[in-house]
Design a protein around this ligand. Sequence first.
Ligand SMILES: Cc1ncc(COP(=O)(O)O)c(C=O)c1O
Length: 427
Amino acid sequence: MARSNNIGNKQLIGQTLLNTPQTYTSTAILEFMRHLPEQREMMLGYPINMETPPAEFFAWRKKLSAVGINQFSFNNVGNPYKHSHVPFNTHQLEKELIERFGAVYSFPANNIWGLLTNSGTDSNMHGIYMGRTLLKGRTGITPKIYFTQEAHYSIQILRDLLNLEWISVTTNPDGSMDIDDLEQKLCANPDHPALVVATIGTTFKGAIDSIDGIQAKLKNRKSYLHLDAALFGGYLPHTKFASEISFEAVNLKTKLKSKRYDSIAVSCHKFFGFPAPAGLFITTQTSFDNFQELFGKVHNPEYLLQTPGTINCSRDSVKPAEFHFFSSKPAFTRQADNAKAMLNNTDYLLKEMKIHYAHLNPTRANNKSNIIYFKKPSDTIVNRYIIATMELTLDNKTEPYAHIVVMPHVRRKILDRFLTDLDHKII
Ligand SMILES: Cc1ncc(COP(=O)(O)O)c(C=O)c1O
């Protein structure tokens, strides 16, 4: 229930989050957490779906428990596509869910490989490591990695971890990769293969790097293109923009199919609302086989009786089994409904902000994005609605901006409350 709050003589109609407990006994902590469910709708500024999954998900959990999953130590160590010496795993469910999502992204049915990872970052790590290994294996030269400043900060960390030289590609005004700059930088580095990370939905602005534009510049070069589609990769396949993210392109004249990228990473806790961090990593079986041959040189298969092809040894069995629920036909229908509602609500927020708060410069990078960014309002609003902020330089002026990510739990009611609170001009 909404409470009124007085700040000076201004009144806000939203709720302020309760303070964290002062004493850290488990009872105090649980008492604090007891209030979290009713406050989750206030989270407008991060790409997490705060909805509770449907009752059928919890029924599925119960079925999994009944066969021992999450009751004793299962472990998905190894390649989910290979026979495992230790049978206590959920590889079959993991493989099936990857195949179902592979079909969603239009990977060819007989040429899909992947795994369920710990997070989008973990999936990006698998993609970048695979790209580096394949390119180094093909050419004998460590690739350079190309991405923009708008890419997620974890890409910077992975670049550092994998000891790759970063070629920073500049961006267009909307935050997407400047393809001409990519071309110039590729030409300036002719002796190194190119490992490109394209972001499909940049974290702050929601910009989309052009896959086809990048591919056009990579033609006849030794390259690997990984997509970081942490948030947008969840919903785009269920919208009229599905082809934006599809693995294959069909040439209308020749009807021939060609691949548009090499691998894709998507977070499961973002759009899908899986109630714990997890990630999809999908590539082709062909790429994986080539990778595995090279990976076999750094991995001794004796102990596991296979070369797993995964970076992690022990892997969670519970998450793939549970996330399997999100790969059924009814789940895809629900995701399509959520995607539609989310994009409609983003249209609404942009329209209202443009009418009432044009001075905040509300901006949407493109009509596929569920993110609106605007000049930062007061700290009170930023804290109340758990909004992320960043310094942006737009039109040669650097100032703080904030953004709202219109996730499935962000409905009209809460948007209206936010818009009303903005009206109190506590800036
Ligand atoms: C574009 C992008 N890539 C990667 C990530 C990291 O994903 P995860 O939190 O699942 O590790 C994020 C998180 O916000 C993101 O926006």
